[in-house]
Design a protein around this ligand. Sequence first.
Ligand code: GLY
Length: 406
Amino acid sequence: MNALKKFGTILMSVAAVAAVSASAQGLDFVGENARHAARQYRGHLDIIDKAGHFINPRTVKPDGSTWYVPVDDWCSGFFPGSLWYLGSLTGDEELSRRAATYTETLDSAQYLTWHHDVGFIIGSSYLNGYRLGGHEHYKDAVINAAKSLSTRFRPGAGVIQSWNVDKGWQSERGWACPVIIDNMMNLEVLFEASLFTGDPTYYNIAVKHADTTLEHHFRPDFSCFHVVDYDPATGAVRHRQTAQGYADDSSWARGQAWALYGYTMCYRYTGNPNYIYQAVKVCDMIFGTPSLPDDLIPYWDYNAPGIPDQPRDASAAACTASALYELSTYLPGRGYKELADKVMTSLSSPAYRAEPGTNGHFLLMHSVGSIPHGHEIDVPINYADYYYLEALLRKKKLEEGSTKLF
Ligand code: GLY
């Protein structure tokens, strides 16, 4: 179903959600949510202050304690990134100062080559610090991250290898060059590094990866596999499967969000119509999927058995909303901003937005890390907050009349 047709049918039920929360169309929606978020994140900062050194919050563990992560964790950039967004949303210079301090604790991550997530880590921290904090020299970290990520490019297959075969969630069939749809998100540092240096090498790797992924990761209905494993020498596809979704042929919710965001972002740097076409089709698929609830916050997998008695994934919704705001700038007047507003209205309602002082000081409840691994089920996660705040900032800029979101 076309995304906007489904949008028409859901308006009535979303109205119920909107009735109990500030509507995303409301005058001070952004301000109220930003103030709430800043208050909640100051709770994190108080705990960090008491620790006396930077501890980097990712989620809440089953025993109720906070899981703090090291520099090389794929989620290490999101907390500093959220502080950059909060500083920008609120104008509170103290939050931006903290963002800079905690960004700089990630210094060694720019040289990380043992997984592809260097793009997530440095993109959310240093790249935001360059864009929002005016830290010119942070460009160097982005360039180094692009160099690190490029070491994982396999020219024979035309992809960046996501995971090492001896680390992470190994398949029983064995992997040779596993690529996950999430890897689309890492391409942003490559595009930026080419702009910073004038060296097209990084841009070319990003485009090759995006093209290969477009060819092999998607099904005819524009849903995508989570993992595609390649022969690194020939590019032959060895397996198409899942790691974090329900089944190899199911649609893991966050993976679909990574795809939508990834191709929208690739269009930003290339103007390639294939990429925006892909983004639109993925969007149509997401919002046309019958299992998508009326509040537009997906279950963790669109094909999870037992829906509706399954956990939602607020992180997928937040990433989707942020992508839709960007998509609305390339395809104005097609309802993408309004669709994003509806997602944001739901996420900002009491069903998902935590009360101050609860939820381990994270903003959003009800995200999922990896159900098949029994890992982070129905919990707050820092990247849900990060993409929510990014979406809030994009919304603010759009409503101030800017189409330049970066
Ligand atoms: N990039 C890992 C995840 O989305 O869980």
